[in-house]
Ligand binder design. Structure first.
Ligand code: KG4
Ligand code: ZN
Length: 342
């Protein structure tokens, strides 16, 4: 048989779970035709964090413009889409609702399937944008503002959570320490920036490893240790070096993430680690993992930083694999703010 007429799979991915309104058009899983991100960071910065009410209102204002721009840039209209994939949880309920209702309306009107995507799954699938040939089983370290998970990724859509944070997520702890240091929101990138001028071993902050066999994390005590150090110094009238604190805390967080990941690798024998989530953009984490994993002959895959933080492209990639599996959502799809991965 000659001249294959296999139809392209064209997915519109929509992400509105927190403070980014984003849409992307993806063809056949890797060909990203457009990717629009409308960030609300500037709006929320003056409050020191995301204000849920404002976030959902901003999504309502921007969603259709962002989608239209994504379609225009990809030179496609609704009738040229195979399906619309949308984040339906976890996240802020008002923000999720804007994306889910919008996607439902658009898919219904266009007569195409709707696909519901778990935001955490989206983060992991960002890795498939440049690597379609990843061999299962895979291990994923998902580090974001709301989650810190070590996940055994056994096959498309099959996850086993090996460990997760018992309190603060890694990004949340970085954000809180940054706020106390007066570095602004979001804190992770600010900590990374300021840490470049600091000594990572100036302060010996604790590394919470929990029980010897545990793959869980706990960043709350580590964060409190920093806050206590700052408070004690203030009470004594001392001024501590912000770059040294930032560098030492960043080092402590990275040390724990890397050590736990190595334990998970040893336990599972997995040969490829996928890094995912906003904190995956951190250069110290990427470099330290790269060096440690190469000593164990484990391959590190991580998305470019723009696909680590929240974005519509990762939702489109996850949507592509759901599409191939025929896994479509009913028209009753609702936002699920506390959605789990498994
Ligand atoms: O995945 P994401 O965009 O949103 C959630 O799903 O939570 O992650 C946001 C988190 C924030 O805590 C932010 O401070 C952190 O990712 N982050 C970073 C960096 N870029 C973003 N943390 C450390 N270093 C970075 N370069
Ligand atoms: Zn996220």
């Amino acid at each position: 048989m000659t001249g294959s007429t296999k139809k392209s799979v064209v997915i519109l991915g929509i992400e509105t779970s927190c403070d980014e309104t984003s849409a992307a058009v993806l063809v056949n899983g890797t060909d990203l035709r457009s990717h629009i991100i409308s960030s609300q960071i500037v709006t929320h910065q003056k409050y020191g964090g995301v204000v849920p009410e404002i976030a959902s209102r901003e999504h309502s204002l921007h969603l259709y413009l962002v989608v239209q721009q994504a379609l225009d840039e990809a030179k496609v209209n609704f009738s040229g889409l195979s399906a619309i994939a949308v984040t339906y949880g976890p996240g802020l309920v008002g923000s999720l609702l804007v994306g889910v209702s919008g996607a439902k309306a658009m898919a219904y009107a266009a007569g195409i399937p709707l696909i519901g995507i778990n935001h955490l799954e989206g983060h992991i699938y960002a890795n498939f944008l440049d690597h379609q040939d990843l061999e299962f089983p895979l291990l994923a370290l998902l580090v974001s503002g709301g989650h810190t998970h070590l996940i055994l990724f056994e096959a498309h859509g099959q996850y086993q959570v090996l460990g997760h944070t018992r309190d603060d997520a890694a990004g949340e702890a970085l954000d809180k320490v940054a706020r106390t240091l007066g570095l602004g929101y979001p804190g992770g990138p600010q900590i990374q920036r300021v840490a470049q001028e600091g000594d990572a071993f100036a302060f010996k902050f604790p590394r919470a490893m929990l029980e010897p066999d545990s793959l869980d994390f706990s960043f709350s005590g580590m964060k409190s240790a920093v806050l206590n150090t700052l408070n004690s110094a203030r009470m004594q009238g001392d001024t501590l070096s912000v770059p040294d604190i930032a560098a030492s805390f960043q080092q402590a967080v990275v040390d724990v993430l890397v050590r736990k990941t190595l334990i998970a690798i040893e336990r599972t024998g997995v040969k490829t680690l996928l890094l995912a989530g906003g904190v995956a953009a951190n250069s110290l984490l990427r470099e330290t993992l790269e060096n440690s994993l190469s000593e164990h002959n484990v391959h590190l895959v991580c998305p470019p930083p723009i696909y680590c933080t929240d974005n519509g492209a990762m939702i489109a990639v996850a949507g592509y694999y759901h599409y191939l599996a025929g896994d479509f959502a009913p028209w009753t799809l609702n936002a699920v703010p506390g959605l789990e991965l498994v």
